[in-house]
Unconditional design. Structure first.
Length: 61
């Protein structure tokens, strides 16, 4: 089971499996878009999109 935390404030956003999810951190208002592990997750922050790669089971966005 993956756990996803906000990269900005480290708040736990959710635990579980997923194919595609879009979530906004309620604490710092960062908007996060994550696709399945075969694809590269991306994040929207201040109008720009950046690619995020991960190698462990705890993802921080």
């Amino acid at each position: 089971m993956d756990s996803v935390r906000c990269k900005n404030c480290n708040k736990l956003l959710f635990k579980g499996g997923f194919k595609h999810i879009e979530i906004k951190c309620p604490r710092c208002k960062r908007y996060i878009v994550i696709s399945s592990a075969q694809e590269h997750p991306t994040e929207l922050y201040c109008g720009k999109r950046e690619e995020i790669t991960h190698s462990d089971k705890t993802l921080r966005y």
